[in-house]
Design a protein around this ligand. Structure first.
Ligand code: ATP
Ligand code: ATP
Ligand code: MG
Ligand code: MG
Lengths: 225, 225
């Protein structure tokens, strides 16, 4: 469903030049669940940002369901991604003047699904925020904000979910509940690319990819135990 | 050096009322290294925010070196805290238009220490950002931004360090290097209150406090093994 071919991303020039990704290639099939690990600064967020269309690659291609999506204009990119790819950011990017309910409703309104508040209440409960629907981001803990971002990504039923450290700001128990939710979505057939620093979380995915200095240095497929 | 006596913090009213802290008490001695754990939403950030003067308690007292600091006006609070308490925030709060070097220099300039760039370069190297001094926050990874925030907190040599999930956005190896840095500072006599979701990191502190629903539900002192 998704092909990343020989993607390189270079920031800056001269002494400030950073090769954030170095000829990275990966094929993602329908229903894949891939964990991405690697040291701080190894290129994980850059990798997801380029797939999700938030950043432009320097060379290489990204192909989603047969369409090249790395070289599109803004508007086309939104059309092709809409309803297909959803993103949980490392910095949440919640709108500070909107409540949790409104932040999660936003993609539904953009995708023309209307304002289905019942659906939003259900997913807010599933991420443990049933009582926080009316809170704004400044009235939520770090982990709670992260869960609003996750609910927002999931509410429009995307076929590919890009999650950048979705459980980074939570205790183990809440993190495990969120992981269970991702596994259910995966079992429904959605593909998941999840950056995580937690080996516990990574080993529950179907594959683990490790980045270092912008390169993929290992790919491991989980065997049944 | 620090006494937190029966502190309660209530947000909101009516159906939106949240008891974020419920009669929490803790004594911190010079040279203590206390890890604070607990589920998402249990009050950890609120606890640090009140000690650090970023938030007002509803009832109770906070006493630093014999002075009450919970009931001060803004200016007095800055004086008493200046040079004594430093804070690593859960959301970093870096200034987006300044480089890493400038962000770390700020407290030195505020504390009247002048712009000691050599000192800043040393501490940026100690947190693994030697090559990133000229990058702005948007040009840094999540873990790198967190390390700038840590460097900034440490550069003015505070006697009490409040750290809210300082290694939350990093891989294990980088997180361990940061923890080693905190241990060195603690061995120099500085007190550390560190919120963490990682049991591995918590067990390396001298004490572990656990919060749940705004209350301290356990205190454990590490024994030598
Ligand atoms: N806009 C930019 N300009 C210059 N360099 C950048 C920019 N954005 C990122 N970088 C650099 O590219 C490298 C990869 O960054 P990236 O955010 O992908 O890392 P990461 O693997 O997500 O790290 P973390 O685990 O800390 O979140 C980093 O070393 C960073 O300093
Ligand atoms: N300004 C506010 N108004 C209303 N409720 C708030 C406000 N700030 C925090 N809360 C609530 O207080 C509780 C404690 O929040 P706090 O940020 O201290 O949790 P935490 O333990 O740091 O969680 P995390 O591990 O997710 O960072 C949360 O349930 C949160 O929803
Ligand atoms: Mg990142
Ligand atoms: Mg918090």
């Amino acid at each position: 469903m998704l092909e990343i071919n020989n993607v390189t991303k270079i920031y800056g020039e001269g002494s400030a030049r950073v090769v954030a990704l170095d000829r990275v290639s990966l094929k993602v099939e329908d229903g894949d669940f891939i964990a991405i690990m690697g040291p701080s600064g190894s290129g994980k967020s850059t990798f997801l940002n380029i797939i999700g269309g938030l950043d432009r690659l320097t060379s290489g291609e990204v192909i989603l369901d047969g369409h090249r999506i790395d070289n599109l204009g803004e508007n086309d990119l939104v059309d092709i991604r809409r309803g297909k790819i959803a993103y949980v950011f490392q910095q949440y990017h919640l709108l500070p003047s909107l409540t949790a309910m409104e932040n999660v409703l936003l993609p539904l309104i953009f995708c023309g699904d209307g304002g289905d508040e019942q659906k939003v209440e259900t997913i807010l409960s599933r991420v443990g925020l049933g009582k926080r629907a009316e809170h704004k981001p400044s009235q939520l803990s770090g982990g709670e904000q992260q869960r609003v971002a996750i609910a927002r990504a999931l509410v429009s039923g995307p076929s590919l979910i890009l999650a950048d450290e979705p459980t980074g700001n939570m205790d183990q128990k809440t993190g495990n509940e969120i992981l269970e939710l991702f596994k259910e979505l995966n079992q429904e057939g959605r593909s998941i690319l999840m950056v995580t620093h937690s080996a516990d979380i990574a080993r529950q995915a179907k594959q683990i990819i490790t980045l270092q200095d912008g390169r993929i240095i290992s790919k491991a497929v989980q065997q049944s135990v």
